[in-house]
Design a protein. Sequence first.
Length: 109
Amino acid sequence: MKEVEISIAEAQDAIDFKRSLQNLIDNADFKKVITDGYFSREASRIVLMKADPEMQTPENQLLLNKQIDAVGFFRQFIRTQMHIGRLAEEELAAHQATREELLGEDIDA
């Protein structure tokens, strides 16, 4: 029973995190700063800098690669957390049903 309760709590935490993240994503400031500013304009600027003749040193290219990776990692973090939250929403009902079954068994015993 304790494992089911833990699964329910973990699922609820993931769902709450997803809701908070969705609230941020839907926020106009988030769209302006992160979606449009960081994921679009800044990412494009960094990629264009890779071809700049003044940025061709190995050190500069490494720095630019790290910046590109950072954009990708952050975007993937958001997508992953949203996916985990969606899975948790699907799993929560199953965990709750299992808990009800176990509680029913305890009453019958």
